[in-house]
Every structure is written in C-alpha cells, then in structure tokens.
Design a binder for this molecule. Structure first.
Ligand code: SAH
Ligand code: SF4
Ligand code: F3S
Length: 433
C-alpha cells in the first residue's frame, strides 16, 4: 500500500507531514508514491491567507475523479484549515468523498481514525477543540536530509490581530528541554547536518527555568559538525542574551528571521505586535553591532486595514534602514474570527497590489545588491540536492542563499566551499574549491 501527502503552509506543517508519514508507515502504508498510484491521500492544509485555502479547496475537488476510478482510495484532510471554526463541516458537505477529517490537535490519532474508517462506511470527522495528545511520541519519516526540523513549541499566545494561528493551533506549549536535546543528539549522530528549531515564536520558549537563549546554548553545545537555525523570533522578545548565544557559537547561522510586518507605529499597534518601529530598528542595530556579519530576514504585510500611503512609506523606509537580506511579502488577507477582519477601513485589493509590487522591487534590489557582493568571494554550502533542469547540485549557505555548482561526485549531505562566479537574485553560482 502506498501513500501520498500534499502539504500547504509553513515549516511547522511540512514537519507535521513528516509525522503523518510516520503514522502511515505504522499503519502499513509502505512508500510514498505519485498521487495517482496512492491508496491513501492526505492533505495537510493551511489557512493563513485566503489563497492558501482556495488552493487546497481546488485541489481537494479534483480528487473526485481519482476516487471514482478507485473505490478503495482513502482520502484524509487535516491541518489548520480543518481546525478553523465551521470549516470541517463545509468541507464534508462540499466534498462528500472525503473519508477522514482531522484537526491540528489530534494528529497523533490519525492511525486510529484510519482504523475507524476501515470499519465503517460513513466519513470520520474528528476535530477536537483542545489539544488531546502531544506529537512527541511520533517518529517522523524525514524527507529533507541533510536538514531536520525539531519542534520546540507548539501553538501561539500572541494574537496578532490579523492572524488565525492562535485560533487553529491553540495555546503555546513548550516541549521538555531533555526531549529536544535528545532528539537533536540523535539526529546529529544519524548524520543530519542542519537542525532548525521550530516554533511560532521560539523566543517565548520556556521549560522550568530554561528560556530560549539557554536552550539554544545547550543545543549548540552538542558535539558534531552541524548548523543550527531557529524560527520564528518575535521582535518583542528579542534579547541581548539571544545575541550573546548567537555570538558564542559558530554553529548558529548568523541570520535572524525577525518579522517586522510593518514600519508604521500606528499599524503595528493595530496589529497588536507590541513593539514600535524604533524598538525594531534598535534590535537590528544591536544585532549588527555585536555580530557585524549578521543578516536579517523578515515578513511584511501590506494593505492592513486603514494603512495609508504614509504608513506604507514607513514600511519602505524601515526595509531600507534594516537592510534586509530577503523578505517574505504578503497582501493582508482578512481571516474570519480575527480582530482585524472586523476593523473599518479595509484596503481595496488594487491599492494593496500596487503597494506590494513597490515593496517587492525594493526587497529585490537589496537582495540583488547583497548577492552581487558575493561574486569573487567564497560561500560555504550544505549540499541538499540536485537540480535536474540546471544539471547542478544545490544547497544553502548559512544565510539561506541557494548556491549551485557542478560536481563529479555526489556531495549531498556535505559542506562544500564554493568560489562564487555569478549571482542572480538570491541564487549564487560557483565552482567547488
Ligand atoms: N509565527 C510567525 C509566523 C506566522 S505566519 C510570526 O509571528 O512571524 C507567517 C507570516 O504570515 C506572518 O509573519 C505574517 O507576515 C503573514 N500573515 C499572517 N496572517 C496573515 C494575514 N491574515 N494576511 C496576510 N499575511 C498574514
Ligand atoms: Fe500569528 Fe502573531 Fe502568533 Fe506569529 S506571533 S503566529 S503572526 S499570532
Ligand atoms: Fe502554518 Fe498555515 Fe497553520 S502558516 S501554522 S500551516 S495556518
């Protein structure tokens, strides 16, 4: 029996799909296959913006044909969109061929739900409100060697006014420090070369007396040749302790993903971000003064309710001042149930589109400028795959830039030093030295 998993959304979801694969293996599904050959198809959905939902809706709809052709095919849909208020019922009504609907709080029960479905004709709908089990006991089938994701927190307590995550992922929970350390130690022994600690807001990690900087310090002290990343950091919880730990360990990549969202204090306050533009820029300055080769990446939203041209200009100037290495840019998308969706002054799509194009242009020019400086220099790449189209191996440098190169031997999983000969956007091309 074969399985196929379709994943939307963030790294948290990508890692959860690895756990879903672990559960499926235990249930007797042996290998991942193309969708057409699978005996079970699992959709792991996202609802962060409307287009993420529309995507999933469209693709789930197109499964009807497969189901008609193969009666025994099982279709399961889970993740953040299913956890959204009322969505499971909508999905069930719209797509009666779905066999199993599960939420974010009962991933660990997926095996039981499959069993239940095997015994009954009726669809199984199980979307508990509160977290029932932890996922700590599930062994993931990792798909991203030499990189590995490790959860340190689940859920979020921040309630940024635009964001649906706290509603669909529940309250923040930190994993036990010992469990995290044991998992990373095992991964490093198994040969993983890059560990990414995951949480919606890693800086609010706490287990007893251990806060995030102390956890990071301990993880980075694990012996072995590996890189360490973490995301996401919230500017309100940025601390000198965190920077001190980053400075102490060369294993920790010198790049901080610090979502700014906006450069306007009025908008930041409406967003309930709990920091000001000045505080944000102070974090940037402090990081760069302590670690001169550090870089920042960020997330930005345009078109938040009531955003004026002047507010938007503040975002542009923040981007220039912070001098980001790269940024994810989004058009604000109202999410039912969040505060911002009820606010007056929703911005027309046409206005947001003009703004996001300007913003992307600015971000790209910063990215290109930084990449160009690499030409003639070197970069250390962790090789993670082969690009068939380009006929080149690829991997990322510590800052997350993709590097491409030709090699006679297969270097996947190795650190490779490249002499950079060309840069294009965020990509680097080079020769192995
Ligand atoms: N916990 C992380 C990531 C959350 S989701 C953090 O706090 O940064 C990733 C990004 O999606 C957010 O940083 C934000 O920029 C964007 N986002 C979240 N909700 C959104 C919405 N309703 N519309 C547009 N972008 C949104
Ligand atoms: Fe959403 Fe804010 Fe939590 Fe990030 S910190 S997940 S943006 S509520
Ligand atoms: Fe991630 Fe999307 Fe859920 S961004 S937490 S999968 S809503």
């Amino acid at each position: 029996m074969k399985y196929h998993i379709v994943t939307y959304g963030c790294q948290m979801n990508l890692h959860e799909s690895e756990k879903i694969a672990g559960i499926l293996r235990e249930k007797g599904y042996e290998e991942e296959s193309p969708m057409e050959e699978a005996d079970i198809i699992v959709f792991n959905t996202c609802c962060i913006r409307e287009n993420a939902e529309n995507h999933a809706f469209g693709n789930i709809g197109s499964l009807k044909k497969l189901k008609r052709a193969k009666k025994s095919l099982m279709i399961a849909v889970g993740g953040c969109m299913v956890q959204e208020a009322g969505k499971a019922e909508t999905l069930k009504e719209k797509f009666p061929f779905i066999d199993i609907l599960f939420g974010t709080h009962n991933l660990a029960e997926l095996g039981d739900l499959i069993e239940q479905k095997r015994l009954q004709k009726k669809a199984v709908l199980s979307v508990p409100e509160e977290r029932r089990e932890t996922e700590d006991g599930i062994s993931p089938v990792r798909t991203s060697y030499p990189n590995a994701w490790v959860n340190i927190t689940y859920g979020c307590n921040n309630f940024c006014s635009y964001c649906i995550v706290p509603y669909v992922r529940g309250r923040e929970r930190s994993r036990k420090k010992e469990d995290i350390l044991a998992e990373v130690e095992k991964l490093v022994k198994e040969g993983y070369k890059e560990i990414t600690l995951l949480g919606q807001n890693v800086n609010s990690y706490r287990d007893g007396d251990t806060a995030f900087p102390a956890l990071l310090d301990e993880v980075a002290s694990i012996e072995g040749n590996f890189r360490l990343r973490f995301m996401t950091s919230h500017p309100k919880d940025f601390s000198a302790e965190l920077v001190a730990v980053m400075k102490k360990h060369t294993k920790i990549c010198r790049v901080l993903h610090l979502p700014a969202q906006s450069g306007s204090n009025r908008i930041l306050s409406l967003m309930n971000r709990r920091y000001t533009r000045e505080k944000y820029l102070d974090c940037v300055k402090y990081l760069k003064s302590e670690i001169p080769d550090a870089e920042l990446t960020t997330d930005l939203i345009v078109g938040f309710p009531t955003e004026t041209e002047a507010d938007f200009e503040d975002t542009l100037s923040l981007v220039r001042e912070a001098d980001f290495a790269s940024a994810f840019t989004f058009i604000y998308s109202p999410r039912t149930g969040t505060k911002a969706a009820e606010m007056e002054g929703q911005i027309p799509e046409e206005v947001s589109k003009v703004r996001i194009i300007k913003l992307i242009d600015l971000v790209n020019s910063l990215t290109r400028g930084k990449s160009a400086k690499y030409v003639g220099g070197t970069a250390e790449i962790l090789c993670e795959g082969y690009d068939e189209k380009k006929g080149m191996y690829l991997g990322r440098d510590p800052y997350g830039r993709m590097g491409y190169f030709v090699s006679d031997t297969n270097p996947i999983g190795e650190f490779v030093t490249l002499k950079i000969t060309r840069a294009s956007g965020i990509s680097l091309y080079g020769e192995r030295i």
